[in-house]
Design a protein around this ligand. Structure first.
Ligand SMILES: [Cu+2]
Length: 166
């Protein structure tokens, strides 16, 4: 095989992969739905927020979200919360698994997409675009409206406060 022929073959192969990737039948992006996405509204001046949704996997195999991106923030990370001796702590996770025929619930105090370094103020009703990339390289764009939400942590703090008055 000549070098020229070999490079043409490689180029054709790369091209075929590029064309096939976005619409790959049976890809994770095709099997996974993102229900009820939303982004937490934060006070002006606050530059971090979280995005939440329910990811459902209709496929006959497990899938994973390995990356999230958003043009609304300088950095976008996958996070979870852990209860460390009664103190809720956030940490980055390398992926979010969605079991076959199952779901992963991203909600306040649990798994979430972290938006770090918001580029502009989030107004209620605005849509934030979030692109989720799965383990097979397929990706899905989600439009998440900005919503006001009451945090559970705040409610717990109020309970503690009332308790102290007794
Ligand atoms: Cu976080």
């Amino acid at each position: 095989m000549t070098d020229k022929f070999r490079s043409i073959r490689i180029a054709a192969c790369v091209l075929a992969t590029l064309i096939a990737a976005p619409a790959l039948a049976g890809s994770a992006a095709e099997s996974i739905s993102a229900d009820d996405p939303y982004v937490r509204m934060v006070p002006p001046g606050m530059t971090v927020s979280g995005a939440f949704m329910v990811l459902k996997n209709a496929d006959s195999k497990d899938h994973k979200v390995v990356k999230a991106d958003s043009p609304a923030a300088k950095a976008t990370e996958l996070h979870t919360h852990t209860n460390d001796g009664g103190v809720m702590k956030m940490r980055q996770v390398k992926d979010i698994e969605i079991k076959t025929k199952g779901e992963a619930v991203l909600k306040p105090g649990s798994l979430h997409v972290m938006l770090i370094g918001l580029k502009q103020e989030l107004k209620e009703g605005d849509n934030v675009a979030i692109t989720l990339t799965f383990e097979d390289g397929s990706s899905k764009k989600v439009e998440a409206p900005v919503r006001k939400i009451q945090t559970e942590m705040k409610m717990e703090m109020n309970h503690d406060h009332e308790g102290m008055k007794h």
